[in-house]
Design a protein around this ligand. Structure first.
Ligand SMILES: [Zn+2]
Length: 390
């Protein structure tokens, strides 16, 4: 915690010295105290978490670079032209070393990450989440601590991948857009490589699998309600009242993934990039992959009743997100028609099934298609805590 506070102090002193945030800095090592980092958690061979190097110490390459540009003293008798040349050289030396600042819409611009790029970061985060979830339980509470604390901290573990998922989703339908000057050698728009976009898609869709969303019955039994009268914004607000609902947990992840993928502007960027850059994933490809992930080939793709329960949550939520996009006034006709095609695919699947969840979805789709304005579904809130630690 002292390391965390030292980093925070450096960060705030950076603001005092005039530095803005640099949320790209985690892509070139711990490049700046002006980033927000995820704690670096290593998993030991016995499965326990090693936090000894959780936060960066000292300043980063970007900080030293920016302070050199802003504060180094000019040599005696330097003319304005010489000063301009000296400062430009500092910038070009920084760029040559890969020290960059960014645009907040750039897919590399992410808070609470730490990795060379969002896709490799998500791959790093996944096994850490698995390990933390496997060991999460009453043993992590010091004797005498309220049992309810376990449910309070649970979202930190269950949703440990939330920022990494969001960052990986952001590379889909994206381009790097570094602030650039004529002649500085940077490409002002560089479409994110298509193979990496597709890898990101496969990874984020994995988060929708029932086995990734399930928790064990033993863990569920330990997620006790809060004590009377104590508010706690860090907990799930459960749709089951005082008991934690794993279905709510699933809804939180689906909202992140389906809501993130089916964003109207992202869908339009996908259409634009596929138009300009042959071989890039299209909006249709994303919708098709999402529908396939939510509706596996067998009835529900589940191998137990309990994972079937979870999968039905995923199916309802994905379908409802598609309907929201199809009726999103900010979406273009081409994006709306892509969403409608996804809804048609879901309709064919649910019409072939007899279970109550399928009948409900079929009815909901029928009503929506007959009168979209009146029958746009309202998403059931997941009750997940807001998230950002600041
Ligand atoms: Zn700040």
């Amino acid at each position: 915690m002292l390391n965390r506070l030292a980093l925070l102090t450096c960060h705030e002193m950076g603001h005092v010295l005039g530095l803005d945030h640099n949320f790209v800095a985690s892509t070139f090592g711990r490049g700046s105290v002006m980033d927000y980092y995820a704690p670096r958690i290593k998993i030991r061979p016995d499965g326990s978490a090693d936090l000894s190097d959780a936060y960066m110490q000292g300043t980063g390459s970007y900080d030293n670079h920016a302070i050199e540009w802003g504060y180094s003293q000019p040599p005696q008798g330097e003319t304005p032209e010489q000063e301009q040349a000296r400062l430009s050289q500092i910038v070009s030396q920084g760029l040559a070393k890969g020290i960059v600042w960014g645009n907040e819409a750039d897919p590399r611009w992410n808070a609470y990450d730490e990795g060379a790029d969002p896709v490799s970061w998500l791959k790093q985060v996944w096994p850490v989440r698995d390990a933390l979830l496997t060991r999460y339980g009453p043993e992590t509470l010091p004797p005498g601590e309220p049992a309810s604390r376990l449910a309070s901290r649970f979202p930190l573990i269950y949703l440990f991948h939330r920022y990494a998922l969001a960052a990986a989703i952001n590379v889909i339908g994206s381009a790097k857009i570094p602030p650039s000057l004529a002649g500085d050698g940077q490409e002002p728009i560089a479409v994110w490589p298509a193979p990496s976009q597709r890898e990101a898609l496969q990874l984020v869709l994995k988060a929708l699998e029932a086995k990734e969303l399930e928790i064990s019955p033993d863990l569920w039994k330990t997620l006790a309600p809060r004590e009377p009268g104590l508010e706690d914004p860090e907990r799930f607000i459960s749709s089951a009242g005082y008991l934690f609902s794993p279905q709510d947990g699933a809804r939180a992840v689906v909202d992140l993934v389906a809501g993130g993928l089916l964003d109207a502007q992202r869908m339009q960027r996908l259409a634009v990039i596929a138009h300009e850059s042959p071989g890039a994933p299209s909006a249709q490809e994303i919708v098709l992959a999402l529908v396939h992930a939510a509706f596996p080939a067998t009835l529900t793709g589940a191998n137990s009743k309990s994972s079937e329960d979870i999968l039905l949550v995923v199916q309802a939520d994905v379908t409802e997100h598609l309907m929201l996009l199809a009726n999103d006034a900010s979406a273009t006709p081409e994006v709306q028609s892509t969403a409608l095609a996804g809804i048609d695919d879901v309709q064919k699947i649910v019409r072939s099934r007899e279970d109550p969840a399928a009948r409900r979805l079929n009815r909901e789709i029928g009503l929506f298609l007959s009168s979209p304005q009146q029958n746009t579904p309202k998403l059931k809130p997941s009750g997940a805590p807001p998230g950002p630690p600041i």
